[in-house]
Design a protein around this ligand. Structure first.
Ligand code: SF4
Length: 305
């Protein structure tokens, strides 16, 4: 079989860019990922330099690439102080191995690392919280994990919270907002208040999952790890299939969805009165819409036992 070459040099190709039809070698794929990452950091909601950055670090491929790029490329040139935060949901047969990998990688990169357990933050591990309602595991996990990440970032004195959302996640969020009929998000209405929240930044948001995973494999950031036993319950899995089929059929769809949404927001911003954050009387965290989903989920978990 003929070995295909990179579109830019004579090295063997390891990656097909379906949008252009061009092949890339390991070196040119890595360069493209690193350049896109740096360009995203330079965007208005990127990192200006000198910040203390909490990195949401699950130990999965996306967050491993995020931590690697922040530690090796961004921190030395932008004077960033990084602290990786791993939320241990306490999922039997899954989390122990990924937390162990997270500790290994953080140590290898010389990054300060904190592990925050569900047990301490929510009174029980996820397995206990989802008893009798496993079908909602990802919803419950997502709401509580976001709260724990925010609390940890604030407690650690972080200026920004970096997450590993990639282009696929961003395109899926746009589609989900439309499917939910969430006019505020579709119109880009920015909530007022919420000053106690650590602002988020998404340095991988312009990179596809395929680029991120390929980079992870090339840079020894993708060990064999078990899959979460609740992954099939994710609300996103249906939307993910839809977006991926559209991307396969018409390469570049995900980027067009995200840039189309940005254009729409720029034109519609200010048309809807912004919702305001209030403070949850139970946990003291900022909440939108008058009710705290995290506290409501924890109350219903207690009632279920
Ligand atoms: Fe949590 Fe669902 Fe992710 Fe598992 S797959 S860690 S339950 S969000």
């Amino acid at each position: 079989m003929t070995q295909l070459s990179c579109a830019f040099c004579a090295e063997p190709a390891v990656y097909l860019d379906r949008a252009t039809g061009g092949h890339l070698c390991a070196g040119h794929l890595s360069a493209r990922v690193e350049e896109t990452f740096c360009a995203t950091l330079d965007a208005p909601d990127g990192l200006t330099g000198g910040e203390r950055v909490a990195v949401a670090f699950s130990g999965g491929k996306d967050s491993s690439v995020l931590l690697h790029l922040l530690a090796t490329l961004a921190a030395p040139t932008r004077d960033l102080a990084l602290v990786a935060v791993t939320i241990d949901e306490g999922i039997a047969g899954y989390r122990d191995e990924t937390v162990a990998w997270a500790r290994t990688l953080a140590a290898r990169l010389g990054v300060e690392h904190r592990v925050v357990g569900f047990e301490a933050g929510c009174g029980s591990d996820l397995d206990g919280l989802v008893l009798w309602r496993e079908a909602r595991a990802c919803t419950i996990c997502g709401v509580l994990r976001r709260r724990l990440l925010q609390q940890a970032a604030r407690d650690l004195g972080a200026d920004r919270l970096a997450t590993g959302h990639c282009l696929d996640d961003e395109a899926e969020s746009v589609v989900m907002n439309w499917l939910r009929g969430d006019l505020y998000r579709v119109a880009g209405a920015r909530p007022t208040g919420g000053e106690s929240m650590v602002p988020r930044t998404k340095p991988l948001a312009r990179l596809s999952e395929k680029e991120v995973v390929s980079y992870a494999i090339l840079h020894d950031l993708a060990p064999e790890l078990p899959e979460c036993p609740y992954a099939h319950t994710a609300l996103r899995s249906g939307v993910r299939g839809l977006v991926h089929r559209a991307e396969l059929h018409s390469p570049g769809t995900m980027a067009r969805v995200v840039s189309g949404q940005a254009g729409l927001e720029a034109r519609l911003r200010g048309l809807l009165p912004p919702a305001g954050f209030t403070t949850c009387p139970d946990c003291g965290e900022p909440v939108l819409g008058g009710s705290c989903r995290a506290c409501a989920l924890l109350r219903s978990a207690v009632a279920n036992h």
